[in-house]
Design a protein around this ligand. Structure first.
Ligand code: TXA
Ligand code: MG
Length: 321
């Protein structure tokens, strides 16, 4: 794996065109990209991530015109209204796929997921490559999503390039909101920083949130996901922490209970700040040799809090059950 700076992007773009694998920053989490139109290149992603099954991938674009190539005509008008309001940005649109999209990208489903990242480096890489780029988060199966190139590097995946560009100014920190558009209606398949209320206000239509057993939401949405390698629990009503515990709090005024390590994601429970610091704080605890287990506070399940708790319930699942 070659680690390069954003000044060397054209090298990585050429690698993508030739069927290689490139990890790159986005405003949500790092992605592991391959040429979305080349099934052999896409198969390399699953191999590098050691995914036991083929989950459908998000196809990343740098220009809204690419929506016309990837989605099947006639495209719902709602797709363009959403694109107008939220692209580039942390919104992924799922809609009927055109025949150019390989089945491996969509796990054989009729729909394809498309997103246009707002991160300048991601944008430049996709534009230079001149192809749509299929990319899941750049972590081994089941591990925490990476928000820094260092988090990608420590996974030791077999990839060609890693673009090192940690720009935290616009970091969202959790994966994009995934929304299914069908018959000019909108259903949220994965919550993110763009909430159902944000979308419904922008398009002036009601937005549904998919039930857990929604036929399209199920692929890739496992109960357990994004887990740190050390036990992670909700702090809830604990008054005394076990030894060698790291604690993650969301406000400076909250009691750190004499933990050996404390990380504050925010000074005052600002949920955007909590989201931006969420995976980063978990990685920090994971990498800290003094810490043997992690406790984290919940947030209220409203607005962005729903998306934060979605990630945390998955991250704690294997340790809390
Ligand atoms: O922010 C993000 O979305 C990041 C960055 C790299 O763009 N990507 C990401 O990819 O989180 P991944 O593979 O970790 O998650 C993709 C999600 C999964 O929940 C998957 O089920 C859903 O998108 N998805 C992808 N294609 C789909 C499809 N055709 N139909 C329904 N859901 C789909
Ligand atoms: Mg992922």
């Amino acid at each position: 794996m070659k680690i390069i700076s954003p000044e060397q992007l054209s090298e990585a773009a050429e690698c993508l065109r030739n069927g290689g694998l490139v990890a790159f920053p986005t405003e949500t989490v790092y992605g592991l990209g391959a040429n979305a139109l080349d099934p052999v290149a896409v198969a390399g992603i699953f191999e590098a991530k050691k995914r036991p099954t083929f989950d459908p991938l998000i196809v990343h674009i740098s220009d809204k015109n690419q929506l016309n190539d990837l989605f099947l005509a006639p495209i719902d008008l709602l797709v363009f209204r959403l694109a107008e309001k939220f692209m580039p940005g942390p919104l992924t649109i799922v809609h009927r796929k055109s025949p150019v999209v390989p089945d491996l990208v969509t796990s054989g489903m009729e729909n394809v997921a498309v997103r246009m990242p707002a991160h300048q480096v991601a944008h430049d890489l996709i534009r230079l490559a001149g192809i749509p780029v299929a990319a899941p988060s750049a972590n081994l199966f089941g591990q925490l999503s990476p928000t820094s190139y260092k988090h990608v590097a420590k996974q030791k995946m077999e990839i060609d390039y890693l673009v090192a560009a940690d720009d935290v100014t616009h970091l969202v920190g959790i994966e994009s909101t995934v929304v299914l558009v069908e018959n000019n209606t909108c259903t949220i398949l994965r919550p993110g920083i763009i909430t159902a209320e944000d979308i419904s206000t922008a398009i002036e239509l009601p937005v549904t949130i998919a039930a857990k057993n929604h036929k399209i939401s199920s692929p890739g949405l496992l109960n357990s996901h994004y887990s740190p390698t050390k036990p992670l629990h909700f702090i809830d009503n604990l008054k005394v922490l076990p030894e060698k515990t790291g604690i993650i709090l969301h406000a400076a005024s909250h009691d750190s209970l004499n933990a050996i390590r404390t990380i504050y994601t925010s000074q005052n429970e600002n949920l955007r700040e909590v989201a931006a610091a969420l995976f980063t704080s978990l990685h920090q605890m994971e990498d800290d040799e003094e810490v043997e287990q992690i406790f984290i506070e919940r947030v209220e399940e409203k607005g962005i809090g729903i998306s934060i708790m979605d990630r945390l319930k998955k991250a704690t699942y294997r340790y809390e059950k």
